[in-house]
Design a protein. Sequence first.
Length: 267
Amino acid sequence: MFEINYVRAKSLSDATASIRAHPEAKLLAGGMTLIPTLKQRLAQPSHLVDVGGLPELSGIELKAGQLAIGSATKHYEVAASAVVRKTIPALAYLASEIGDPQVRNRGTLGGSVANNDPAADYPAAVLGLGATVVTTQREIAADDFFQGMFTTALEDGEIIVRVLFDVPKRAAYEKFAHPASGYAMTGVFIAETKAGMRVAVTGAGPGVFRWSDAEKALAQQLNPAALDELTVDASNLNEDLHATREYRANLVKVMAKRAVAKLLAGK
Ligand SMILES: Cc1cc2nc3c(=O)[nH]c(=O)nc-3n(C[C@H](O)[C@H](O)[C@H](O)COP(=O)(O)OP(=O)(O)OC[C@H]3O[C@@H](n4cnc5c(N)ncnc54)[C@H](O)[C@@H]3O)c2cc1C
């Protein structure tokens, strides 16, 4: 038996003070990862600081070509948002494909990004769109935020407030979902941004990564056939009972080609 003190934060500053006051505390958003982790005794925090209902972490706003999504925004809210569907439909689609209705009604953008599960969907969009993670301390570019399996640039006591997405010209996401959980065996997010083509891969490797060869090829020719001659190095990819690393390497290419076709079709 171990005891946990539950604290419902009244404001963002209250949450920051609580998390700083208790070095063994953990933030709680929707609990979709944290609660199972506690049940399995993989974490034993002294306090749970609940930020799930904080108004400062909620809301979806479009300002000057940039979409700001609060970290406590639930997946179903992103999937159903008229403004997300209009400006970045690939992001709304990605959110609609996460887990099941229960998970989409509890799980949050901030929790998913902070957790950085190697098979999670949101990291692919955040990296693929070159988004910015805004925390209580600073702004972190997606390229610097994700640092490998379950590891991010977040420091102790740092809370994700919102994620800023520059609206791309076009974007698309395709994943080969694990049939039981919905997590990505391999998912590829492709975006045509002002800064050029970006291709982010989740599920295949130990963490989300950019496929730079594909970015270069698509910059030359924005067509699925541009990826025909590319090969994906399987040596650093994940291997488990669901798929070998060679199978995942093939999935990266297949999902990327499908995403390009979808992007061109404007779906
Ligand atoms: C059955 C099942 C199926 C799923 N399928 C998928 C899937 O198909 N695709 C997918 O991408 N995900 C999937 N998920 C994960 C889900 O999308 C959740 O978003 C994810 O588990 C995070 O949960 P949460 O938002 O409730 O955060 P919590 O579980 O509450 O927190 C997760 C971690 O993030 C930290 N945290 C939370 N909020 C913040 C914040 N604002 N700032 C800093 N740190 C914070 C917490 O301290 C904790 O360490 C699945 C989960 C389950 C249980």
